[in-house]
Design a protein around this ligand. Structure first.
Ligand code: B3K
Ligand code: ZN
Length: 859
């Protein structure tokens, strides 16, 4: 497939101010008549033809200015129509088959309903169109279909007319007054019911809100509706953004490639991010709903009102919108806990991406399939980059910058450079060197050394931005670091400072320290970098106990554990040194358990050991077997060593009654952590305790937590609980997804066999992305099973990719990533992983999605 380059951008030769679409809806076959008003674009080169993108379409009839024409031609899938250089009306008829659309891009069928997904390039699977984000049009949509099949007919904007047709059909006409690119078009037709509410905007306009779901799911939509109203209010208050239509619709669909989609006035959601009640959704699921509802709603400004010029600018809307949803969730719940969670996601998904074969800058320079660039880098690192701007100028000036951005570019298709310039002008911040964060890939490493002499403490910093594919040499980046220097005696510091490292190396001096202070650095994770600090273990213990920045405190404990485990894995410790290290960790954890100044939500974060993936990431070449053994060994040690404390914690937490408040949520979080440590230590009676938590649970968080623990063990309670869970929830797809993933993520020695059997389970299907992810993403992140020394785990993922690719290439391509880590894995496993990638590459007829990922991974 051809490579598309950012530097080749040219504006489209034609403007398409108005589009009208007429749909004759059917599951098996839908007819589409698209009418486009076009005019030459004065800002582009003149052209004597118009190229309309298509993907697998056939033009059944082509008209120009009301006349049938036949001088059109096809160039691959694109339709080329000759046109003279003035305004015209084009009309093209196509016929599509939603029921046969298993890729879930364009118009597809899901459980008898019809639904669209157009971002990034799905609109061209519906009709011929200049399917690029810089072509903005107002849309008028008419649809008709059988009323019995499709009682609800929805599209973007406002409903303008509806009526009854012949033979049991009905129709509706929608009009969206806001010009938009084709990727924001949406249509839904189905048998749906709505949770309806309303919201009065800051200027007093009443907006009707509807969340459409299948009958029976209505009782689980309350949390989504509350989240929507909170998001609308928050965006007014914090970013000054008001909603701009009289109607906001959300539709939940169970077959969906991603989380949700921000179509103008008609968001389409994966059911996973809409439906929640205490019996079927965990606290984490509730947070997921709130965060994704907010994210899609916030896109109305950061994405829809100001959209992207081309797909290289994707982070313009995604990075910024992720930052907005993160700040929102921080405000709705616990700010430090949310920050820690977000950093964990960044380190778990983005850091490995940035240090592997798929590394790319947040504004990429080239791609072959844009669907492959909806990545943790574009989204999460993109958010971190904008967060750094905010930290450098402060909230108020940042708001002046975003106000200017929205004001300056409202109604436009903008670039990342436009964003940076607006922040520069509005916030009065010099971002010249900062732009490197947009162009350079790779996670900077910052080495830190604190020196003390007389009463001066000197901080020596140096940075290294590692080479990434296509970028062998890097320039130093500006790295804003929040720091504090603690007095060892008093446990206090004289205030936090923000220093910015702009050079390859630099030193910063601080006066007035009679004794050597303890350095706390990258507080709040102010920069998305790896800190390599030369720090004594005692100082980490000090920070883990005393740092007043919750993130830094969490980080100190993590570093303590990482340092110890790496020493264990490298064989650097004799038995007594290992015991000393373990004891220090146990003492630090025990202090966390006893600390009355932190709440349980925070305590839960501090109790979580760094994941095996994160540990692997800190090593140039990792041995997954050794990492697993060392980490499990430490967990077992902590489980037995602190047995009484875990039991007491479990008991205390179990006495807190269910509610959604922070205290109760915190209690649920630490309860399962305690149980998991006891299980790791294999202490007497843990199976019974887990069964007790499982069977007496009055909510999904406790129930799933206990089942997760039982799933790792081998005993009758495991089978009993899995069977009970299945029977209890067999009719709820989202909960059955949990049942699949708990087994595929399990530490049980037979996990591979379990996954194979589950692939033949009557409820397993490759057609539903949630189900595929629940079984196989769970498996691909299961360090023990996926990295089984036999290579069987690798083979299973490779087989899945080949089977899924013809059905759903977008979802199939996502599974290439875990195999792509082969260069960073010890030689034997590495060879096995690479061989699987080569096997996939050798298969004929791969999708553009999968072939791009496989060739980059091998390249
Ligand atoms: N913008 C969509 C993602 C579309 C992905 C297309 N492959 C959801 C979101 O980020 O809000
Ligand atoms: Zn988004």
């Amino acid at each position: 497939p051809p490579v598309i380059r950012r530097e080749d951008y040219k504006p489209f030769e034609w403007l398409v101010p108005e589009v009208s679409l007429d749909f004759d809806l059917g599951l098996g076959s839908t007819r589409v008549v698209a009418t486009l008003s076009v005019a030459p674009n004065a800002k582009a080169d003149p052209s004597t033809t118009i190229r309309l993108n298509g993907d697998g379409l056939e033009p059944l009839a082509v008209q120009v200015d009301g006349e049938i024409v036949s001088d059109w031609s096809m160039d691959g899938y694109d339709l080329i129509i000759p046109l003279t250089g003035e305004g015209h009306e084009l009309r093209v008829t196509t016929q599509i088959s939603p029921a046969a659309n298993s890729a879930l891009m364009g118009l597809f069928a899901s459980n008898g309903m019809l639904c669209t997904q157009c971002e990034a390039e799905g609109f061209r699977r519906i009709t011929f169109f200049p399917d690029r984000p810089d072509v903005l049009s107002t849309y008028r949509v008419r649809m008709s279909g059988l009323k019995a099949h499709f009682p609800v007919l929805l599209s973007n904007g406002n409903l303008e007319a509806q009526g009854e047709g012949e033979d049991g059909t009905h129709w509706a006409e929608w009009h969206d007054p806001w010009p938009k690119p084709s990727y924001l078009f949406a249509l839904v037709a189905g048998d749906l019911v709505a949770n309806s509410d309303s919201f009065t905007t800051m200027s007093g306009r009443e907006v009707a809100l509807n969340i459409y779901v299948r009958d029976g799911d209505l009782p689980r939509t309350g949390h989504a509706m509350e989240s929507l109203k909170k998001s609308m209010r928050w965006d007014e208050k914090v970013f000054g953004r008001e909603y701009d239509l009289d109607l906001f619709n959300i539709v939940a669909v169970s077959d969906f490639n991603m989380g949700a989609m921000e179509n103008k006035g008609l968001n389409v959601f994966n059911t996973k991010y809409v439906l929640a009640d205490p019996d079927t959704a965990t606290d984490g699921d509730f947070d997921g709903v709130e965060g994704v509802i907010a994210h899609e709603y916030f896109h109305n400004w950061s994405g829809n009102r100001v959209t992207c010029r081309d797909w290289f600018q994707l982070s313009l809307k995604e990075g910024f919108t992720v930052l907005r949803d993160q700040l929102f969730s921080q405000d709705m719940g616990s700010e430090p806990v949310k920050r820690i969670e977000d950093v964990r996601v960044l380190r778990g998904a983005q850091f490995p991406e940035d240090s592997g074969p798929l590394a790319h800058p947040i504004r990429p320079d080239s791609y072959r399939e844009i669907s492959n660039f909806y990545t943790a880098t574009i989204y999460n690192k993109g958010a971190e980059v904008i967060r750094m701007m905010r930290s450098m100028c402060g909230e108020e000036r940042f708001r002046a910058g975003t106000d200017l951005y929205f004001d300056r570019h409202d109604g436009e298709a903008a670039t990342c450079e436009d964003f940076v310039k607006a922040i520069e002008d509005g916030a009065e911040l010099d971002l010249e060197q900062f732009r490197l964060w947009y162009s350079q890939a790779g996670t900077p490493k910052v080495s830190v050394r604190l020196e003390h002499d007389g009463d001066t403490a000197t901080l020596h910093l140096s940075q290294d931005v590692p080479p990434t594919p296509g970028q062998p040499e890097k320039q130093p980046m500006p790295i804003p670091l929040r720091i504090a220097l603690f007095d060892r005696e008093s446990g206090k510091h004289d205030g936090e400072q923000l220093i910015t490292l702009t050079k390859a190396q630099d030193s910063f001096s601080f006066e007035g320290f009679a004794t050597k202070p303890v350095l706390s650095i990258n507080r709040g994770f102010s920069a998305p970098v790896v800190i390599e600090r030369d720090i004594a273990q005692d100082d980490l213990v000090f920070l883990a106990a005393h740092d007043d920045d919750p993130f830094a405190r969490y980080e100190a404990l993590q570093d303590l554990v990482v340092g110890h485990l790496k020493d264990v894995i490298d064989g650097n410790l004799d038995d007594s040194e290992r015991d000393t290290g373990r004891q220090a960790i146990a003492a630090a954890i025990s202090a966390v358990l006893d600390d009355e100044h932190i709440d349980d939500l925070m305590r839960g974060e501090m109790l979580l050991l760094p994941s095996e993936g994160y540990l692997a990431e800190t090593m140039l070449v990792a041995d997954p077997g050794a990492i697993h053994e060392a980490r499990q060994g430490l967990r077992a040690y902590l489980g037995t060593q602190l047995e009484e404390a875990w039991k007491a914690l479990h008991q205390r937490a179990s006495s807190v009654p269910f509610s959604h408040d922070a205290e109760a949520r915190g209690a649920r979080k630490v309860k399962t952590h305690a149980l998991a440590y006891l299980a790791a230590g294999d202490v007497d009676g843990v199976q019974e305790l887990a069964w007790e938590q499982y069977s007496s649970a009055d909510n999904m968080t406790d129930r799933q937590g206990a089942l997760m623990v039982l799933c790792n063990l081998d005993g009758p309670e495991r089978t009993r609980a899995l069977l009970d869970f299945y029977n209890r929830y067999k009719d709820n797809a989202l909960v059955i997804d949990k049942w699949f993933s708990l087994q595929s993520m399990s530490l049980h020695p037979n996990a591979i066999e379990h996954v194979k059997a589950l692939a033949d389970h009557p409820q397993f299907t490759l057609k539903n992305p949630n189900r595929v992810r629940s079984l196989y993403m769970g498996f691909a992140v299961n360090p023990q099973a996926f990295h089984d020394a036999s290579g069987e785990g690798y083979r299973m993922i490779a087989d899945l990719i080949l089977q899924l690719d013809p059905i759903n290439p977008q979802t199939a391509a996502r599974f290439v990533t875990p195999l792509g880590r082969w260069r960073r894995i010890e030689p034997k496993r590495s060879a096995l992983m690479k061989a699987e990638l080569e096997q996939i590459a050798a298969a004929g007829d791969l999708s553009r999605d999968t072939s791009e990922q496989v060739s980059r991974s091998l390249g």
